[in-house]
Design a protein around this ligand. Sequence first.
Ligand SMILES: Cc1ncc(COP(=O)(O)O)c(C=O)c1O
Length: 383
Amino acid sequence: MSQKNSNAIPFNRPTIVGKELTYIAEAIQNGHAAGDGIFTQKSQALLEQVLGVPKVLLTTSCTDALEMTALLLNIQQGDEVIVPSFTFVSSINAYVMRGAKPVFADVRSDTLNLDETQLERLITPRTKAIVLVHYAGVGCEMDAICQIAAKHRIPIVEDNAHGLFAKYKGRYLGTFGAFATQSFHETKNFTCGEGGALLINDLRYVERAEIIREKGTNRSRFFRGQIDKYTWVDIGSSYLPADLLAAFLYAQLEVRETIQAKRRKIWEYYDAQLNAWAEANQVRLPTVPNHCEQPYHMFYMLLPSLEDRQALIAHLKVCGIQSVFHYLPLHLSDMGMQFGGKAGDCPVTEDVSDRLLRLPFYNELSQAEQERIVAAVISCKFD
Ligand SMILES: Cc1ncc(COP(=O)(O)O)c(C=O)c1O
């Protein structure tokens, strides 16, 4: 998109909503800009309290939080990890890096979440984890998935990159699996540019998680005064973000209700204004089951065909509006095919991936901009 066109509406725009800059200055004044300073502690405590999660550790990204789960689960060569094909590469790369073989599951055609009815047949004695994604922050069918996972004693990792503060049957997403991972990348509802968090629901993993996050050392225990020197005790890496980033993030988490209210208004406006057009043009708008409270993370549409989707992206571009598609099927990627993926393995994923389009969505998207976007969508002529 041209930077010169001041009328252009980007897909995403980072925004300042609260005391982000004040808190960054405070982090410097505190004399602790590196990881695990006051704002890291505050962000972690806020998430633990609101979500009711026993332990939250901020990380440098959702990708890194996923990598930590692969280390914590001792993923080894030859292990299998089940993952939806319709997701971001990090959901599975974290485990493949440790030697695991991805086992791709298809998604439901309504919520685009892992199809729980196909899960059990993908489980083998080598399955070491089920990674699921709450697409657009709309909860997967956790009753069925948790039951299957418990029956086979397989840990669940919720890749909750989209779904912070969303709920399934009244319970927060991120509280079902042994682990959940969050993203604070700039496209997410709450951001610090690049960032993430590991949510740990199974307390057995907490001590080792702190070590892995601190380069394989017991430095966290040292800082708490529990030991008088710290040393190398395990494998690990540097997964903790600077307190400068946590300061930015904390300011956003603090005003989470304001952010969610803004996003809800944007989502509901799209939904109401595009409903009749969608019905007349065989376009499907997002499905949110009654038992799911969504976080208003994104607004997507499923066009009738790939050609229609591409035509709408091109039409919106001419109108100065940036719309984007989303995940390409992982089982058909170069890496996915090396693991045996082939066309037809995940038919719903293959179909929706071609037809999905996401409209601009950010906290400060104005009503006037939304009116322009809706008018532009409706004016698109399909062949
Ligand atoms: C489902 C999912 N998981 C993980 C990630 C990676 O997040 P991050 O950029 O914080 O590493 C993304 C990125 O958008 C995502 O969509």
